[in-house]
Design a protein around this ligand. Structure first.
Ligand code: PRP
Ligand code: MG
Length: 179
């Protein structure tokens, strides 16, 4: 598995620092709100698990699962809901938690869908932002760090469902996906 990584981009310690910093900021901003964290599976699961423990104000969590990359390295452009939320959104201040904002297709689809369900407010939080690949106009309210235009894996992010369990984030060797 490690042989497939061209270069380590962010170490486990570096990621832990970013997540702590984001947790502090979110705790500050949501201290008088009714926070519901919405994790977008599967990629955000590792980030979500760490971020929720870095948040010191009361919060609820829920999960939805969407998929647009299938087994490839390019978005199919079609976002598919695989699992919907359980909690009705009225009265909540939603924080949508994503691992990566790339083309923007996934988050803009989710934003529109959740907005239509009438939450009190909605903000977007992403660990990684890859602005060079954006095809729709969307920005996140909380960004951990920007990443270069390369396919990255680890800390929840996959290629063909693999590498999610790496504790660090690395750039995948293009020969792994035939690039
Ligand atoms: O901005 P975009 O170009 O839409 O890309 C970002 C989305 O792509 C990945 O999900 P994927 O569809 O691979 O599902 P997964 O989380 O289960 O890996 C990632 O977790 C984001 O949700
Ligand atoms: Mg994926």
């Amino acid at each position: 598995m490690l042989n497939d990584i061209k270069e380590v981009l962010f170490s486990e310690e570096y990621l832990a620092n970013i997540v702590q910093r984001m947790g502090k900021q979110i705790s500050e901003d949501y201290k008088d709100k009714n926070l519901l964290m919405v994790s977008v599976l599967k990629g955000s699961v590792v980030f979500m698990a760490d971020l929720m423990r870095a948040i010191s104000v009361p919060c609820r969590v829920d999960f939805m699962s969407v998929s647009s990359y299938g087994s490839g390295v390019k978005t199919s452009g079609v976002v598919k809901i695989v699992k919907d939320l359980d909690i009705p959104l009225a009265g909540y201040d939603l924080l949508v938690v994503e691992d990566i904002l790339d083309s923007g297709m996934t988050l803009s689809y989710i934003l529109e869908l959740l907005q239509s369900r009438g939450p009190r407010s909605i903000r977007l939080c992403t660990l990684f932002d890859k602005p060079e690949r954006r095809t729709v106009d969307i920005t996140a309210d909380y960004v951990g760090t920007t990443v270069p235009d390369a396919f990255i894996v680890g800390y929840g992010l996959d290629y063909d469902e693999k590498y999610r369990n790496l504790p660090f984030v690395g750039i995948l060797k293009p020969e792994v996906y035939g690039g």
